[in-house]
Design a protein. Structure first.
Length: 147
């Protein structure tokens, strides 16, 4: 069991909700073998494992650290190809807040206009998210969304 509470920002919750809906539709329309081999299903499983098992083991791993404007945030990318999970965390209180996961319209392509890092930077600059669990906006999401 994780020593962290796992919460998510509303954008993260919306994107995960859409991904879950896609998986449900695939489950209803594909054979068992086709379903288990479908890339969307595999992606959903990898994201779930990353957010529930892997990241909570140590959210401050060096390979998660970002730089520049995003240095106060972390990202997970292992096994996700062109997808990224952005998050922040605090040890006191022990909480991980999943802020962002890109969608198929914002796949990782360095220098691309729809790059997930650029979209996330815009969220940060626009005040749509914060790295501080005590921030009033973050407190709203903490109360609202359980992952």
């Amino acid at each position: 069991m994780s020593k962290y509470y796992l919460k998510c920002h509303e954008l993260f919750a919306l994107r995960i909700g859409k991904l879950k809906e896609q998986v449900k539709k695939l489950h209803a329309t594909l054979s068992k073998d086709e379903f288990s081999q479908h890339e969307t299903v595999k992606l959903a499983a990898r994201i779930r494992r990353a957010t529930v098992e892997i990241i909570p083991e140590d959210p401050n791993r060096p390979e998660y650290v970002l730089s520049g404007d995003l240095r106060k945030y972390r990202r997970y990318k292992q096994g996700l190809q062109r997808y990224r999970i952005m998050f922040c965390f605090s040890n006191k209180p022990g909480i991980i807040i999943y802020l962002y996961v890109n969608d198929k319209d914002h796949l990782r392509k360095q220098g691309g206009g729809n790059d997930p890092y650029e979209e996330f930077k815009q969220m940060v600059r626009g005040g749509k998210t914060s790295h501080d669990p005590q921030d009033p906006a973050i407190q709203k999401w903490i109360r609202r969304y359980q992952y």
